[in-house]
Ligand binder design. Structure first.
Ligand SMILES: CC(C)(COP(=O)(O)OP(=O)(O)OC[C@H]1O[C@@H](n2cnc3c(N)ncnc32)[C@H](O)[C@@H]1OP(=O)(O)O)[C@@H](O)C(=O)NCCC(=O)NCCS
Length: 186
């Protein structure tokens, strides 16, 4: 099964995706916008990461596919906590030419619909480096997420520390967003 947005399909990551994921995984511009970090990664390490995915049901990772463009990025629902009904969500669009076209909004809307209407989660968490204005813009500006706090000097990038912005969205926030303007209609 796959998760559908208005534009995107979120599907399982397949072995054929690995060369592209490996290329993105070694793109310094992309990684400067992401919270994680690693050293340069080989294709073999990417394959080993892929092989570990199947045995890790609380950490779900999806390929983002756009009709006509194929694989454009990845999204995740990780640290799924069934007791407290929350999870952490993150995403990246690997090809810069695919950014700014509404794909990010569609991925976040599809993830929220799936998390709240299918999984029955109560809230989603996210975080970003303070300079990632595209990320705060899409989550908090367009998709109903709220800034819930800042961890000072959490990230070290480019020779200095940057705050970590903590964001979150509840199922009520999602329903209020749809009540104001139903993304899924039209
Ligand atoms: C952040 C990211 C996911 C946004 O996805 P996107 O497809 O480019 O975003 P959209 O086209 O859906 O943009 C929707 C809104 O986000 C905001 N936004 C997007 N890019 C922006 C930018 N560079 N600066 C400020 N706001 C921006 C705007 O409000 C925009 O709405 P508008 O087009 O009506 O102005 C994408 O740019 C990306 O993957 N970047 C690299 C990796 C990354 O930063 N991931 C997030 C880590 S927390």
């Amino acid at each position: 099964m796959s998760i559908k947005g208005k534009i995107v399909t979120l599907r399982a990551i397949e072995e054929a995706d690995l060369p592209t994921l490996h290329r993105w995984g070694n793109d310094p511009d992309l990684w400067s916008m992401l919270g994680g970090w690693h050293f340069p990664t080989s294709l073999r390490q990417t394959q080993q990461w892929f092989e570990r995915l199947a045995g890790d049901p609380l950490n779900q990772r999806f390929a983002i596919e756009v009709p006509g463009d194929g694989l454009v990025g990845t999204a995740n629902l990780v640290d799924i906590d069934w007791k407290n009904k929350n999870a952490f969500h993150g995403m990246m669009i690997g090809d810069p030419n695919m950014r700014g076209r509404g794909v990010g909004v569609d991925v976040i809307m599809a993830t929220m619909r799936y998390a709240f209407d299918e999984l029955g989660l109560r809230r989603l968490d996210g975080s970003m480096i303070a300079y990632n204005e595209a990320s705060t813009g899409v989550y908090c500006g367009k998709c109903g997420w709220k800034e819930e706090g800042r961890q000072r000097d959490w990230y070290f990038r480019g020779g200095r520390f940057w705050d970590r912005i903590m964001v979150g969205v509840t199922s009520d926030d999602y329903r209020a967003l749809l009540a104001a303007k139903d993304y899924w209609q039209g």
